[in-house]
Write a protein of this length. Structure first.
Length: 168
């Protein structure tokens, strides 16, 4: 192992550089979970997924030992009302990327099995229709650590949100 690899490993462990996970031409950057109060029944996970292959990939789900259920959702707005739609799958174009972010695509992390604190790392496995599995480590961030997000974490000023199921 050379010095650069050792230094890169050390920096990754220290959380000083963005973490990227790659498998089967899928690269995941900036995987994070919004911190929530203890005993919150649902959390949200965000990331950027890059498809570096020459074929579309369909993300069909995710799983984590930290949660009883993980599903894919998208927040949308119509007539001044925010709604959340469950997506059984989502396509990522060949050589494209998909950003999961507050007020957009996100992972709904339901039935947490333990309380998570800012700085914790949570293992997650992304599942694709072609059988590919990508293991990712999500970091829990509190509101002060959510750089790049215009969402403050508070929904007190937002319009009512409804929850729909859609087959895409």
């Amino acid at each position: 192992m050379n010095k650069n690899m050792i230094l890169a490993g050390f920096l990754l462990l220290q959380g000083m550089v963005p973490v990227a996970f790659a498998d089967g031409n899928i690269v995941v950057h900036e995987a994070w979970i919004r911190a929530a109060p203890p005993n919150a029944p649902v959390l949200a996970g965000y990331m950027t997924v890059e498809n570096q292959s020459s074929a579309e990939k369909s993300l069909i789900g995710a799983a984590s030992p930290a949660f009883g259920n993980v599903t894919i959702h998208r927040t949308g707005h119509a007539d001044g009302v925010a709604s959340m739609t469950h997506l059984p799958k989502i396509g990522i174009a060949a050589h494209g990327k998909l950003v999961f972010q507050p007020d957009g695509y996100h992972l709904m992390l339901m039935q947490p099995k333990w309380s998570l604190q800012a700085g914790d790392r949570v293992p997650m496995e992304l599942k694709f229709a072609d059988g590919l599995r990508v293991s990712v480590s999500f970091v829990v961030r509190d509101q002060g650590m959510m750089h790049g997000s215009s969402d403050s974490g508070s929904h007190a000023d937002h319009k009512p949100m409804t929850h729909d199921r859609a087959a895409h």
